[in-house]
Design a protein around this ligand. Structure first.
Ligand SMILES: [Zn+2]
Length: 423
């Protein structure tokens, strides 16, 4: 079926790239083509020599490969240090520290890289603010949020193991258990334990009126090429949940267990204690469950209806209200247009062809094409000694636009100081 996404999931590669990609190539030829290969845990190991030929282009990953970030300081330098250049080699992409990635068929993949740490927030760690920011990306301004298809983490969610299975897990975090309850993934994929483990599905309870109890399955994957031959590569054939009927998502299976997590315990442990210690930062956690009075509730519902009617979206190319005469160029995923009532003559915008709320919600393909359009605009403005100021907007619509306004090159420093609040 065209709607289905064929994906491969992989545990710690730890530098065994030839073994990994050889196996993927075989499976891809036999039962593919696969759309994505998603790698969790340690992608790099102690010896990463095998990556050399991939980096210089002599060898190529057979399937578009997306990897999580480092889990230790030693590996930081192996990753790109800015989010725009996320390609490690042809077909191998670093997803980033945390975020949500929607593939071209609509599969929604949330991810968080690294190891939980309350003391430091480095490139290989995450903490409770990363978790609440990730929840915000998914939930804020998105009242129709139902869940994500996949959650990729390197560590395991704490308490995920069924008691009867008697497994000792060393790399686990309650932050991830909390994240599971908020994001409601259909699949959670983790590694780092060097074992393969799959448990019975469970449903996280509803946290708000709009919620649905979606079944979550956990898969812990072993190391690539491990001598015990524990499973390290897992194939899934998934219909993105946004294309599924609600009844399908709610359909019970016979082997379900109760949810292993307790939301209020977790929330209390993770956020409340922190707030007491740190009274200056009480607002960073956005509470989706805060009680609203009726008046507010009504206006919020009304607003949500307007925002999510995509037929009336001014920025969706297929929408009848779209102003085609302003368009300059249409790419594969984005378009470049003049703005309606621009601030200056050369005020442009770059926007995805279909409905995406923010650049954070955009697919990697969209982000890449946007980067190309940005580059072209820089060149265009440079002919008059101007440089662009880019800013993102989705006011009164939930369709993002990256707007560009030219300013004289000499004004860059001054503007930067104004933005930084130096004045
Ligand atoms: Zn739209």
């Amino acid at each position: 079926m065209a709607d289905k996404v064929k994906i491969l999931l992989c545990g710690d590669a730890e530098g065994k790239f030839d073994a990994l990609f050889k196996r993927v190539d075989t499976i891809n030829k036999k039962s593919g083509p696969f759309d994505l290969l998603l790698c969790v845990g340690n992608f790099f190991g102690i010896n990463n020599k095998e990556f050399g030929p991939y980096r210089i282009g002599d060898k190529k990953a057979p399937v578009a490969t997306y990897i999580l970030g480092p889990n230790k300081q030693d590996h930081i330098d192996l990753y790109p240090n800015d989010d725009l250049h996320n390609e490690l080699s042809t077909n191998v992409y670093y997803l980033g520290k945390r975020g949500i990635f929607t593939d071209s068929k609509g599969l929604k993949i949330a991810y968080i890289s690294g190891i939980a740490s309350s003391n430091e927030n480095g490139p290989w760690t995450y903490n409770e603010s990363d978790i609440s920011e990730l929840c915000d990306i998914a939930l804020k301004g998105n009242p129709s949020f139902k869940g994500v298809d996949i959650l990729l983490t390197s560590q395991w969610p704490a308490d995920i193991v069924e008691q009867k299975d008697k497994l000792d897990v060393t790399q686990q975090s309650e932050l991830l258990s909390y994240l599971c309850m908020k994001l409601k993934p259909r699949y959670v994929i983790s590694a780092l334990e060097g074992i393969y483990y799959e448990r019975a599905p469970f449903r996280c309870p509803n946290l708000s009126d709009n919620d649905m109890e979606i079944a979550t399955r956990f898969i812990g994957l072993a190391r690539v090429g491990n001598p015990k031959k524990d499973k390290w590569l897992y194939a899934l054939n998934l219909t993105p949940m946004e294309k599924m009927k609600i009844a399908e998502l709610l359909q019970k299976t016979t082997d379900e267990t109760p949810c292993p997590f307790n939301f209020f315990d977790l929330e209390g442990k993770i956020f409340k204690s922190k707030k007491r210690k740190n009274p200056g930062h009480q607002q960073y956690f956005y509470d989706m469950n805060a009680p609203m009075d009726d008046q507010k509730k009504k206006s919020k519902q009304k607003k949500a209806r307007i925002e999510f009617d995509q037929d009336k979206c001014w920025f969706c190319l297929a929408s009848p209200t779209f102003d085609k005469h302003l368009v300059i160029s249409i790419g594969e995923f984005c378009y470049l247009a003049l703005t309606k009532g621009g601030i200056v003559e050369e005020h442009f915008m770059i926007s995805p062809l279909t409905h995406f709320q923010s650049s954070l919600a955009c697919t990697v393909e969209i982000q890449k094409e946007m980067a190309k359009f940005k580059k072209a605009l820089r060149k265009f403005y440079a002919r008059n000694e101007n440089v662009p100021v880019f800013f993102e907007r989705n006011y009164k619509t939930s369709h993002m636009q990256l707007q560009a306004i030219p300013i004289p090159k000499q004004a860059v420093r001054e503007l930067q100081e104004i933005f930084m609040g130096v004045y």
